[in-house]
Design a protein around this ligand. Sequence first.
Ligand code: SAM
Length: 277
Amino acid sequence: MTLKSRLEEYQIVPKKSLGQNFLHDPNALEKIVTAAELMPEDAALEIGAGLGQLTERLAAASRRVAAIEIDTRFKPALDRVAAACPNVHIIYQDVLAVDVAALFYPESYVVVANVPYYITTAILRHLLETRHRPRRLVLTIQVEVAERLVAQPDDMSILAVSVQFYGRPQIITRLNRAVFWPRPDVDSAVVRIDTYETPPVDVPDEAAFFRVVKAGFGQKRKQLKNALGSGLGLNAGQTAALLEAAGVDPRRRAETLSLDEWAALARNLAALTAGGN
Ligand code: SAM
């Protein structure tokens, strides 16, 4: 049965506002599950189960699956999946309202999702900033966003710095829009993010690191001496001292900095504040 006829069977007209573009290509679904490298003892979290085509594949590859779906129109279809796969548990809620850490703590878990694109960055933040992070995330997202996640210095954004602080992102494969129904207006990519147990750079505390990063990116295309000064409430002398101590040229812009350089700024800001300057 085709995906289209299954949707018709359940009288579901896809809602664009909920990012409902379904993957109907079995090869693409297989690629996603393979990229997750699930072990039989793993727990998996799926976001946006839809009709459950990915859910049932995850159920076969893991010990248990918690699948979140906001739209209860999928309940009859997902009830069938849960009846056939007793290790599947469906949660009908907005993913952003679910305490994911509490769902899995202290278990290790992997997130696999064909993400509703309208909340991609909110989902990334929700999953990465939680107190019990997933071991790995395999996400199908818009190709342009995938490229932003794996960007390197010169093309960095606050999103790239944030994601790369928590894990190592890589693009696994690109997916043509034709593998979805209804066909979206954009192409997609499958991204895998392996999270770190400890941050990849030496920072005094996470909040300080992100305070500096936010200040740096706070004013588009401004040189760091201006962006950091106003963002952190420092005078010109303090900003110059901070940048010099971190070994960063004050004329550079936020997009050019590496994670190590942001960390050096965060460490020196802590020292500057402690020194009462
Ligand atoms: N997993 C299916 C697939 O691969 O074909 C569906 C993916 S579709 C791109 C995104 C799914 O996320 C839809 O089923 C949609 O209803 C659901 N969704 C949208 N917003 C959501 C939210 N805030 N919380 C949970 N699920 C959401």
